[in-house]
Design a protein around this ligand. Structure first.
Ligand code: NAP
Length: 513
């Protein structure tokens, strides 16, 4: 007979030893299906193994691990969070070559976690989970996956943890005439490395975080580039350089220094949340200083409208680069601020002007507000997640939705940041899910989902808080859905997220034994 547990508090670290001991003595552990072998899926797996839990599989669509860092191989791809903060706290990397890591080094780091923690036997690559259906009778998820070679397969899991994240579905706008284009077309997250851009006329549609990194690299090779920039970005200097040999030695050999260095980066970045608040004095100062400096770059070749944003810093992600403005100043590079009207067999037209091009690269970002799409998830009573989310994705702490028992998300709705490392958020989520899994191993809990009341309360709080941030102001960004609801960002300091997730308050959860 199902029974509801009430009001008990647990802490993740407090029960690690108990769970490990119970597993050693042969307690039953839930079968966990982890979707995606990106940073968050790997973090979840490593922390399960720490508890001695081996009853899990990571299902990964691509050929290997690394998630977004496997997909995004465009020239110049790098992270805008400093290296020493962009690693899992329980899997430090002390020999980063640069202050800000580049894609090959980040991918190598995530790949290195597989042998380092013995994950190889738990990962299935080349398989895409396409549907999940909750079976209330067996309290388990019935899953379907597509393999590349042998068709459809079914699987069963007691717990599903999605590590699919927010940035995995490339957004290619439906522009009139796109299919008629006779040259090469690709998206930044699906870079065609076979295609030689040397001497070509290249169009880039969409200028955001990815484009400001690859455009300077492509501009070195292309004959000409025309950038279709609908919204202007704040691009500020990137304090990047290689670590010096003595710094490497200290960071590698004095663990306390590495720890302190990581902490100092975290707190410096954490303080930047202040700028995400409406009316931020710091934001006002940045805007004034930035506008003054960037106006000086305007010329006959480069219009002020392509340089000066018309919104407050942070409303869209603040970008960092040292080669962006020098690239815009190149004679071979031009910026078009009019919206793209149509694409012809060898051209892109905007503002009534036809630009002849050989290749189009989309830097148009991702379908960020659709979250788990195209995965179909049917919860208790057959309710579909896409229907529940028809007016915008929401989840308790970004990780659980009422009526979807034992289904947890990492980097889910309202957990993205504009000011600090997303890996910090993912680690808090993993810790929280582990507390729930501890309850399954130690207390016989068989299913758990957020209560509708807790979800409603949390969502109201989040939406109220987002209205106090600059994201709510008048700018376009991937943080909002078409109704203007901010579905992606966590509207507070990350320390407050950590505090909220430190202990499970069972009053917020519907748990069955
Ligand atoms: P993005 O920042 O969302 O930029 C996409 C751009 O495409 C936007 O400026 C958008 O303009 C434009 N766009 C969309 N549809 C368009 C259309 N039909 N015509 C013209 N322009 C169009 O996407 P992203 O550059 O791929 O970056 C997404 C996120 O990935 C980043 O914010 C970041 O979180 C992550 N990322 C991180 C790093 C890093 O250093 N850590 C690097 C790359 C990416 P509108 O705003 O006007 O719609």
């Amino acid at each position: 007979m199902d029974r509801l547990l009430v009001s008990r508090r647990d802490s993740a670290s407090g029960r690690l030893e108990d769970t490990r001991e119970a597993v050693r003595r042969g307690s039953k552990t839930p079968r966990v299906a982890i979707l995606g072998a990106g940073a968050s899926g790997l973090a979840m797996a490593i922390r399960l193994l720490e508890r001695g839990i081996t009853s899990f599989t990571i299902y990964e669509k691509s050929d290997g691990v690394g998630g977004t860092w496997r997909d995004n191989t465009y020239p110049g791809a790098a992270c805008d969070v400093p290296s020493h903060l962009y690693s899992l706290s329980f899997a430090p990397k002390r020999d980063w070559t640069r202050k800000f890591p580049r894609q090959p080094e980040i991918l190598a780091y995530f790949e290195s976690l597989v042998p380092r923690f013995g994950l190889q036997d738990h990962i299935r690559t080349g398989v895409e989970v396409t549907s999940l259906t909750w079976d209330e009778a067996t309290k388990s998820w019935q899953g379907t996956l597509e393999t590349r070679d042998s068709g459809t397969e079914n699987f069963e899991a007691d717990v599903v943890v999605s590590g699919l994240g927010q940035l995995n579905q490339p957004n290619i706008p439906n522009i009139d005439g796109l299919s008629s284009f006779e040259g090469e077309v690709f998206h930044s997250a699906r870079w065609n490395h076979e295609h030689d851009l040397r001497g070509e006329r290249v169009a880039v549609i969409g200028i955001g975080a990815s484009a400001i990194q690859f455009v300077p690299q492509v501009a070195k090779q292309a004959r000409s580039m025309v950038l279709f920039q609908r919204s202007v970005n704040y691009v500020i200097p990137k304090p990047d350089r290689r670590f010096r040999p003595w710094e490497h030695w200290v960071l590698a050999n004095v663990p306390a220094v590495e720890k302190l260095y990581r902490e100092s980066i975290y707190w410096r970045f954490e303080s930047r949340f202040n700028m995400m608040r409406k009316g931020s004095v710091l934001g006002g100062l940045l805007r004034r200083g930035f506008t003054k400096r960037v106006r000086l770059l305007a010329s006959d070749h480069l219009d002020e409208s392509a340089l000066v944003p018309d919104y407050n810093p942070g409303c869209r992600r603040i970008l960092i680069a040292n080669d962006w403005y020098p690239t815009l100043a190149m004679d071979s590079v031009s910026v078009v601020t009019d919206p793209v009207e149509r694409i012809g067999p060898r051209s892109v037209t905007a503002g009534g002007v036809e630009h002849r091009v050989d290749t189009i690269i989309f830097g148009t970002g991702f379908r960020t507000t659709e979250f788990l799409t195209p995965l179909k998830v049917a919860g208790r009573g057959g309710v579909e997640l896409n229907d529940v989310w028809s007016d915008g994705a929401r989840a308790m702490f970004g990780l659980s939705v009422p009526s979807f028992p034992n289904f947890f998300m990492l980097y889910g709705p309202n957990t993205n940041l504009g000011h600090n490392s997303i890996l910090f958020m993912v680690e808090q989520q993993v810790g929280y899910i582990l507390q729930l899994i501890d309850m399954m191993v130690l207390d016989g809990v068989v299913s758990v989902d957020a209560t509708a009341e807790a979800m409603e309360r949390f969502d109201t709080e989040i939406q109220d808080a987002t209205r106090r941030t600059v994201w709510d102001e008048d700018c376009s960004s991937w943080y909002k859905n078409e109704t203007g609801r901010i579905t992606n960002n966590w509207p507070d300091y990350t320390v407050n997220y950590r505090r909220r997730l430190a202990h499970v308050d069972t009053a917020d959860w519907s748990m069955r034994l």
